[in-house]
Design a protein around this ligand. Sequence first.
Ligand SMILES: *[C@@H]1O[C@H](CO)[C@@H](O)[C@H](O)[C@H]1NC(C)=O
Ligand SMILES: *[C@@H]1O[C@H](CO)[C@@H](O)[C@H](O)[C@H]1NC(C)=O
Ligand SMILES: *[C@@H]1O[C@H](CO)[C@@H](O)[C@H](O)[C@H]1NC(C)=O
Length: 410
Amino acid sequence: MRTAAVALLLLLCCFAFAGGAAVWGQEGGRAMAAVEVDASWRFPSQRLRDAYVALQTWKQRAIFSDPKGLTADWIGPGVCNYTGVFCAPLPSSPGELSVAGIDLNHGDIAGYLPPELGLLADLALLHLNSNRFCGLVPDALRRLRLLHELDLSNNRFVGAFPAVVLDLPALRFLDLRYNDFEGGVPRELFDRPLDAIFLNHNRLRFSLPDNFGNSPVSVIVLADNHFGGCLPASLGNMSDTLNEILLINNGLSSCLPPEVGLLREVTVFDVSHNALAGPLPQELAGMRSVEQLDVAHNLLSGAVPDAVCGLPRLKNFTFAYNFFTGEPPSCARVVPADGGDRRNCLPNRPAQRVPQQCAAFYARPPVDCAAFQCKPFVPPPPPPPPAYPGPLPPVYPMPYASPPPPAHYR
Ligand SMILES: *[C@@H]1O[C@H](CO)[C@@H](O)[C@H](O)[C@H]1NC(C)=O
Ligand SMILES: *[C@@H]1O[C@H](CO)[C@@H](O)[C@H](O)[C@H]1NC(C)=O
Ligand SMILES: *[C@@H]1O[C@H](CO)[C@@H](O)[C@H](O)[C@H]1NC(C)=O
């Protein structure tokens, strides 16, 4: 019933351009009649003329509702004066202006992204969060070779993960959270030089691939999808770069790999609401920068290592809803008093699981972490020594190896 309603809404949202469906397959969407350009207008450059065509096609053909009137002043050839449109001198030709940024955040605009946006060839920032854009992310965005930040969060985009983002050489910040993207996520995403990835609250479904640790991100948020599988040990490879990782509610089912302890720069580590099993590895004490640590709502067991609660920066360590049996006194400083350790199997602590539940859990054989068959982390080998370059040149006496003494010492 609910699915049907969602489908109907999407249909209504996207109905208005269903007639142009043939456009999708064609780069640049030349099939859709481009907007007219007044022949009397003189644009400072072809780039600004292209930008006019892109923005007017968007406004006139692909925006159906703009309750805050952000595009009301998108009139005439002066695109650099349009609300939400920012021009900057071209890096390659500083005397020439081009459209470098579009920021329509919180616009509540309904519509879709026409392929003509690919004409904005110099765009570095595209910020469209909190609007009602729907449909697919056009492949024509591939032309945005300078695009550095793409924020499509909190819209109604659908379809497969927009693979076009993998083709953007300058992209560093990717925010697709709160949309309806579905299906898998290409593993190539983790080989891209991205600094931030936000995919939370979509309908994505995949196992975190073993190249996860190749990603140089400082922030990654994958909460509320359906990933499942292993928490990849390769994240040990992110030790120099990773600051925040949130993998909340993703169906992860493995042990916490000891490599998590290599994440010495991480300040926020949240793997709550998964099915992680086994003990908290002693190595976790290597997270010397961690401030927020949340492993609540998993199947973790055994004693909480003393050294983890003793981590110097730790402010909030929450491990409620597991099966821990031991909590060292050092935890009192960092575990929120209002139930940060509730619903475990801790003796002498309030609000624990009933003894029968703990007994039943511990009557089962202990977790065999190897049984999850997660890929091991093999640290990258040291670079090979330089190849022998062939016979070395003959070594001559080096008369100038040290400068001659200053004249007055002679
Ligand atoms: C933008 O607006 C300013 C004044 O508001 C005006 O002087 C300038 O000519 C306009 N630029 C374009 C390209 O229309
Ligand atoms: C670690 O990351 C580098 C790239 O940053 C990659 O070349 C290497 O294969 C990764 N190693 C593992 C074991 O993931
Ligand atoms: C601790 O962190 C959890 C989320 O991980 C949050 O819900 C809670 O409010 C925080 N408590 C304190 C005291 O900061």
